[in-house]
Design a protein. Structure first.
Length: 252
């Protein structure tokens, strides 16, 4: 009946994914690469499941963990879930589907498996990774001068595509802050020179603000949700990239 990402309970914490079936049975899913388990993480998943049943959100539930096989085999906390599914199993099934979409997803899981072996800690998020890949494809096709680097797998919190084209000086970076609705040309270490920079901007389209220790020449753009479908937000992303391209000219 539905799937929800990052479902938070004020008392018992967050479930990475909740899937609710038509029979009103829910599966609460924890996604891991190699980050250490939080204290009593499986127990808190079970408490969230019980709380959801008491509130009438579902009739029954299971708690599940998906992770690389090495994590499942060597992490004692992983044994406390009702179900454990390895990345390797998921990748194998995706490979069997043989579609372009399943092939892409299989590569994401393979990269996550390899990162687990290398000891890389951020937790990959397939939806966000896919969004970034489509973003990169659009940027590369329509605005090659921005020289966006091809993204690897991305965790859920990855929200700021950066552009460091060769035309910009080393102290300049263009950043699209998607959820905040900004495109910034950041000048590293220039937070104390905002008035000087502001005096050189002769249009009301921009504002100059502090961004940490940097100064940012900022343009407001429509907010973009990295968890939502890319295609329905293509126009918003296109608008942000157009302004990023303009800021490239500003920063030359």
């Amino acid at each position: 009946m539905g799937t929800w990402h990052s479902v938070t309970d004020s008392q018992f914490g967050e479930s990475d994914l909740v899937v609710l079936y038509e029979n009103c049975e829910a599966i609460l899913i924890e996604n891991k690469i190699d980050a250490p388990a939080q204290p009593e993480q499986a127990a808190r998943y079970r408490l969230r499941g019980k709380a959801g049943a008491e509130m009438g959100n579902w009739l029954a539930f299971k708690i599940c963990i998906i992770a690389p096989m090495r994590y499942l085999d060597h992490n004692s906390e992983a044994q406390l879930y009702d179900i454990g599914i390895s990345y390797e199993e998921i990748k194998e099934r995706l490979d069997l589907e043989g579609t372009a979409r399943s092939s892409y997803r299989a590569k994401v899981f393979e990269e996550a498996i390899q990162q687990n072996r290398r000891g890389y800690s951020p937790i990959a998020n397939d939806r966000v990774t896919r969004f970034w890949y489509q973003y990169w494809e659009l940027a590369s096709d329509e605005f090659p001068a921005l020289e966006m680097k091809r993204p690897g797998i991305k965790p859920a919190k990855s929200d700021w595509p950066e552009f460091r084209p060769s035309l910009l000086g080393k102290n300049l970076t263009i950043v699209h802050k998607m959820a905040q609705g900004y495109v910034d040309l950041q000048v590293s270490g220039a937070s104390e020179h905002i008035e000087e920079i502001r005096s050189q901007i002769n249009t009301s389209d921009y504002e100059v603000v502090a961004a940490g220790k940097s100064a940012a020449i900022r343009f407001n753009t429509p907010k973009v949700d990295r968890f939502d479908d890319f295609e329905i937000q293509r126009t918003k992303v296109m608008s942000a990239l157009e302004w990023a391209n303009i800021l490239l000219d500003v920063g030359k």
